[in-house]
Design a protein around this ligand. Structure first.
Ligand code: LLP
Length: 421
């Protein structure tokens, strides 16, 4: 790691080390951010979010006229993030009534919202109908029946997509692979044909197209192409939502396709197999937000061990991904990037599995240091929890040297706020 200058693509755009080796994010000094907002804290470079949103939208617009980017809200369910994307003309994929509520509150117009979910409740379907969401992705026959019953009021027929599981497995962790035949999501290729007929017969639903999402953190483009090819056999439709799933670099060693390469391959597959006169929707989550954000932690204690134990003031309450998916992360000591002490970065939770990074070289860490992990914007804040009574961290937006809180830190009182007994 260079002692000065710009950092690798794992870090938010514009991140740099100044002459004294201090880390700057969105023009703000990391140490000052920690002093002002405390640790742990999610620090988002606003320009990074905007640049990725524009890159995605532009790459798509250049290749296909009738196309929309929908942000997968689950990746970073935060009003400020959704508002920023809304301002860039991006819509939302929502997977629950709660996400729908957030997207609407953030100003995303209902016709740019697609509702997903393999077990949508009647209440969620009614909410979506009431708000006139643009599309509902049908996931099963029970839902097809209940939505047929619920739809058709004064809003007229509800436009729907049929979600298809194309029997294509991407190279990713099994917990986040969804395209394989035995997935709990969507209709199999065999049953999709029947679903299509039944929606066409439904008096209150209007079938406009198909949806496919084969998984997340995919580092190869070919499975996306095969999934597109697989659904082409189901007939010709006006709308295709090809899901999300583009992987990102969590470490400098990872080299996922760029946004442009992904969009290029996806649009090419759509043109080859589905035609050029379609409406195309893409639902990136991770690729829009992961690398925009770092987590700042305070080092509480350092102990000798097989690898030096570096215990920070957060852990599995603010980043569950290493525990759920064995996800790799990098870390550095703020002010002393580089270093050669082999370390294991652990959290403060009461479990031995609370390991954020199992093996990372740091510069002789000690209590009181500030530790930073990049690429925590996707499914970090989203999966945060209060295990061990730890209040969840704030989200801080940084831009041009100014920092503002967009999600405040939880308080101890918040922890009991729902307790009524
Ligand atoms: N569309 C649908 C229907 C999805 O289910 C998902 C993600 C996306 C789009 C966005 O996928 P992305 O572009 O973010 O890969 N918690 C896991 C990821 C779960 C993804 C769930 N669905 C993780 O932290 O890796």
């Amino acid at each position: 790691m260079a002692a000065t200058g710009t950092l690798s693509r794992v870090w938010p755009l514009g991140s740099r080390l100044d002459e004294s080796g201090n880390l700057e994010l969105g023009g703000c000094d990391a140490r000052e951010l920690a002093r002002e907002f405390g640790t742990p804290a999610y620090i988002v470079a606003e320009d990074d979010l905007r640049a990725r949103a524009r890159a995605f939208a532009q790459a798509l617009a250049e290749r296909h006229a009738d196309a929309t980017v929908l942000f997968a809200t689950k990746a970073f369910p935060c009003t400020a993030v959704l508002e920023l994307f809304a301002g860039e003309g991006i819509g939302a994929d929502v997977a629950s009534g709660g996400e729908l509520h957030m997207a609407l509150a953030a100003g995303i117009s209902p016709e740019r919202i697609v509702l997903h979910g393999n077990a949508k409740s009647a209440a969620e379907l009614e909410y979506a109908l009431r708000e006139r969401v643009g599309l509902i992705a049908l996931d099963g026959f029970d839902e097809l029946e209940s939505l047929t019953r619920l739809a058709g009021g004064e809003q007229g027929a509800q436009r729907v997509l049929v979600r298809v599981t194309p029997d294509v497995r991407g190279d990713t962790h099994p917990a986040i692979s969804t395209g394989q035949a035995e997935s709990k999501f969507g209709f199999s290729l065999a049953s999709a044909a029947e679903a299509i007929v039944r929606v066409q017969e439904s008096p209150t639903l209007e079938l406009v197209g198909l949806h496919v999402h084969i998984g997340s953190q995919l580092s190869e483009l070919d499975p996306f192409r095969r999934a597109t090819e697989a659904i082409a056999q189901l007939g010709e439709f006006a709308v295709y939502d090809l899901g999300g799933g583009l992987g990102v670099a969590y470490t400098s060693a990872q080299q996922p396709p760029t946004i442009e390469q992904y969009v290029d391959a996806t649009v090419a597959a759509a043109h080859d197999f589905l035609g050029e006169r379609i409406r195309l929707l893409l639902e990136p989550g991770r690729a829009l937000v992961a690398n925009s954000c770092v987590t700042l932690y305070g080092v509480e204690t350092v102990k000798p061990g097989p690898l030096t134990w570096v215990a920070v003031d957060g852990g599995m309450s603010d980043n569950l991904r290493p525990m759920l998916y064995g996800a790799p992360y990098e870390a550095e000591i703020v002010g002393r990037f580089g270093g050669a002490t082999p370390c294991r970065v652990v959290g403060k939770h009461c479990e031995s599995g609370d390991v954020l990074i199992s093996d990372v070289a740091l510069d002789e860490p000690r209590a009181g240091d500030l530790l930073v992990t990049p690429a925590t914007g996707a499914y970090g804040h989203a999966l945060a929890n209060n295990y061990n009574g730890i209040p969840r961290p704030p989200v801080i937006f940084c831009k041009d040297g100014d920092a503002r809180v967009v999600v405040r830190r939880e308080t101890y009182d918040d922890l009991g706020a729902r307790d009524v007994g």
